[in-house]
Ligand binder design. Structure first.
Ligand SMILES: [Zn+2]
Length: 296
């Protein structure tokens, strides 16, 4: 068997009812039919050695009656031609299809799991942490959790920190997660925000616990500018839990930040807040926040 091209998308679509040109060898002793009625002639030996499902089927005294159609050697399956082609390319040692979108890999993974085909599963797993798949970390996280891929799930959870999970566009993907996977992800995002929020109430920062006085002249001061800046910081952590935008441009350019750095004691006219120290402590806190879900 030989693949003429490695780019499956450039090949003509095999006609419904016809045999796929890559899987037309006369040597094949079994024909698989896709849902859209494209036929793939392959070797039963290949199926038996790469698929636990086919191995079990062939070990039955009679061919599995529910999947064997007429004629006897043609087995119709639920997958469409593109998915079946992808799977068979992988188990037959042909150039693999382009695995560059979730719409391609999700049905392949589903079929690989169903037919107990570890080979295709491992190929897709190796590729999910590459672009462009990694550019959709929430979908990657969903798949990694679904198939129990710990390293990939933890990596994907880190990449989700640029996302606001509460945004409506993520709802459909989040609905695919198991409850545990969903809670783990929300926990990560929540802990980052809450840890920073609590830190902003500890020294050297002023808080609501008591009166605050000017560090230079001792006069009681109104620190509402800091309270407002804290609020903006926490809102930003909700929006983008990675926190990178808090330090830059946030603390440099936000109006609330400028107001804070410009605030002065009404008695001695000195600035109330140490911009350099504040920025350093906030940056250090963000750098120490957990970056991945905990995988238990
Ligand atoms: Zn003062």
């Amino acid at each position: 068997m030989q693949a003429e091209q490695d780019d499956s998308k450039s090949e003509p679509e095999p006609a419904s009812g016809g045999i796929h040109p890559l899987f037309a060898s006369e040597d094949g002793d079994v024909v698989l039919g896709s849902k859209d009625r494209v036929l793939f002639r392959v070797h039963s030996y290949t199926l038996k050695t790469t698929s636990g499902w086919f191995r079990a089927m062939y070990s039955l005294p009679q061919r599995g009656s529910s999947v064997v159609d007429i004629p006897a050697e043609t087995i119709y399956v639920d997958e469409d031609a593109a998915t079946l082609e992808g799977l068979l390319r992988m188990v037959c040692g042909l150039p693999i299809p382009r695995l560059d979108s979730y719409d391609v890999i999700e049905p392949i993974l589903h079929a690989a799991e169903k037919y107990d085909m570890p080979g295709p599963m491992s190929i897709v797993r190796a590729l999910v942490v590459t672009q462009p798949l990694i550019d959709e970390p929430l979908r990657l996280y969903a798949i990694a959790c679904r198939y129990g891929w710990q390293d990939e799930a933890m990596m994907a959870s880190r990449y989700t920190l640029t996302l606001n999970l509460h945004a409506p566009e993520h709802r459909a993907t989040l609905q695919k997660l198991s409850t545990e996977a969903l809670l783990n992800l929300f926990q990560l995002h929540h802990v980052r925000r809450e840890t920073l929020r609590k830190r902003l109430n500890d020294p050297p920062f002023v808080n609501d616990a008591g009166d605050t006085s000017c560090s230079h002249c001792g006069t009681l001061v109104d620190y509402h500018t800091w309270r407002e800046l804290k609020y903006v910081i926490i809102m930003e952590m909700d929006n983008r839990p990675l926190g990178d935008t808090v330090c830059n441009p946030g603390l440099l350019e936000w109006p609330a930040a400028r107001a804070c750095w410009n605030a002065k004691c009404h008695n001695c006219d000195r600035v109330l807040y140490d911009k350099t120290l504040t920025m350093r402590v906030i940056r250090e806190c963000i750098e120490q926040l957990p970056t991945t879900i905990e995988w238990v």
